[in-house]
Ligand binder design. Structure first.
Ligand SMILES: Nc1ncnc2c1ncn2[C@@H]1O[C@H](COP(=O)(O)OP(=O)(O)OP(=O)(O)O)[C@@H](O)[C@H]1O
Ligand SMILES: [Mg+2]
Length: 445
């Protein structure tokens, strides 16, 4: 059940309860009014009729014999009481009754039923009538609520109609207020669906309700973060593809230039051996082949090392890093490098070891390109199943608030976070760069 429907239902039930209480209080009051009205009329009528009896006791009027001395018919306007006079044998001699049921058409049955019990609570008054010591009969005064019901129904009807209008108006007002208040929820659902279907530009407007306004702010921040991280992921993937293509192009170039050239040389020397006239010239060509093959082996080794650093198993990360830094220093002799490696790197997953190697490699490339540093400190320490790395240079540094165009640092961060590690970069203009990395160790699978 929707929230709007649920709220409306609760309010309707509450209003109905209020209406029921209101209606029952009104009906109770109506009953009390009828009771009080009829009781007071009955007292008055009894007094009047007693006075009449007292008056007749002395008279010898002919009407006494006919039994119509009270002239009850003339009292037909006393509508709240039925006054009957019966002779001693129980025959009705005189009455103020009128042959009509006044409330039949105008008052609803349920109201008549609720009021009917009032009659039971009102006493029937019986007065024996004696004149000149003769028992003439009995005067019976019965309360009749028929006319009072009409008056009370008119009053009660007004209050019930007012209650009904109040119920309707409040319900309509609540329905519209709830609809207006909950309208932003449709916007939120729409924006979430847009995001889900890939529309990263989906944003929420500012809402007037402070709680919903906070949701809209948080949603927009979240959507911005999502959009920029997906965009940078796209850029990273593009960069990866480009790097792969560049690497293949370089390899093809090197294979063509270096290996192709040497193979041609071997081919020529081999032909020379085949057609050699004496052993000395054959030996000369064989030596040439030997030299070319050695050169080729070096080229292949360098190429393989660049493609995929190897030797972690045989030599360990320690040696691989030392080789990397010393080769790098050969090209940057003006820089002083402190390398500090400690801990046991055996039995660690190769993906972690390659990552450590690549991270140091990217830092060294950046330092060579941008830092203009005099001193570098690299420390790689394994302790408590965590590899902690700090790479620091005293070079130019840079403004880290400007988003870089390259992907080296972003790729490093991605790589570290992909291995459930942490990456922190500290830098400022002319204050060098410090990169702090922590990688949890994964055991060799
Ligand atoms: N050690 C450093 N000293 C000074 N500036 C640095 C250093 N490292 C990075 N930078 C600055 O940060 C920028 C971003 O570096 P990043 O490695 O992400 O990209 P890049 O080196 O420009 O390109 P790519 O690594 O994709 O080839 C660099 O352009 C450079 O301005
Ligand atoms: Mg770089």
């Amino acid at each position: 059940m929707s929230l709007k429907l649920r709220l409306n239902l609760i309010i309707t039930v509450l209003l109905l309860l209020i209406m029921l209480i209101g209606a029952s209080v009104t009906i109770k009051n109506a009953r009390k009014n009828i009771q009080a009205e009829i009781a007071s009329t009955a007292i008055l009528a009894v007094h009047m009729l007693n006075a009449e009896i007292a008056n007749l006791k002395t008279s010898n009027h002919p009407m006494i014999r006919s039994g119509s001395f009270f002239k009850l018919k003339t009292l037909n306007k006393i509508r709240h009481l039925k006054i009957d006079f019966f002779d001693t044998s129980g025959n009705l001699l005189d009455s103020n009754r009128v042959d009509s049921n006044p409330h039949k058409t105008t008052v609803p049955d349920w109201f008549i039923h609720t009021m009917d019990t009032v009659t039971d609570e009102l006493p029937v008054n019986r007065q024996p009538v004696y004149i000149a010591n003769h028992h003439l009969g009995e005067l019976v005064i019965t309360p009749d609520i028929s006319y009072e019901i009409i008056e009370e129904w008119e009053d009660t009807k007004g209050i019930l109609i007012l209650l009904g209008i109040f119920f309707l108006v409040v319900n309509i007002l609540v329905y519209f207020s709830v609809s207006i208040a909950l309208r932003p929820i449709d916007n939120i659902l729409g924006a979430l669906t847009d995001l889900e279907s890939g529309n990263l530009a989906a944003r929420l407007p500012k809402f007037t309700l402070p709680e919903l306004s906070k949701i809209s702010d948080k949603f927009n921040v979240m959507a911005n973060t999502l959009q920029s991280s997906i965009e940078s992921n796209h850029k990273l993937s593009q960069q990866l593809i480009k790097l792969q293509e560049d690497e293949r192009k370089n390899l093809a170039q090197e294979l063509h230039d270096e290996i192709g050239q040497h193979l041609t040389a071997i081919h020529l020397d081999a032909s020379a051996i085949k057609s050699a006239k004496n052993i000395a010239s054959a030996q000369e060509s064989a030596n040439a082949i030997d030299q070319v093959v050695r050169r080729m082996m070096e080229i292949v080794h360098t190429m393989l090392q660049r493609l995929r650093p190897s030797g972690f198993d045989e030599l360990g990360l320690d040696s691989a890093l030392r080789e990397l830094t010393s080769t790098w220093l050969e090209r940057q002799p003006q820089i002083k490098l402190n390398l500090h490696i400690s801990g046991d790197f055996i039995n660690i997953d190769e993906a972690i070891l390659i990552s450590v190697y690549r991270l140091v490699q990217e830092c060294l490339t950046n330092i060579a390109r941008y830092a203009d540093a005099k001193q570098i400190t690299i420390s790689v320490i394994k302790e408590n199943n965590v590899i902690a790395m700090i790479i620091n240079d005293d070079g130019n540094g840079f403004d880290s608030s400007i988003k870089p165009k390259g992907f080296g640092l972003a790729g490093m961060k991605e790589r570290v976070e992909g291995l459930a590690g942490s990456f922190e970069l500290q830098t400022a203009s002319n204050e060098g760069v410090t990169i702090t990395i922590e990688l949890p160790c994964i055991k060799k699978g």
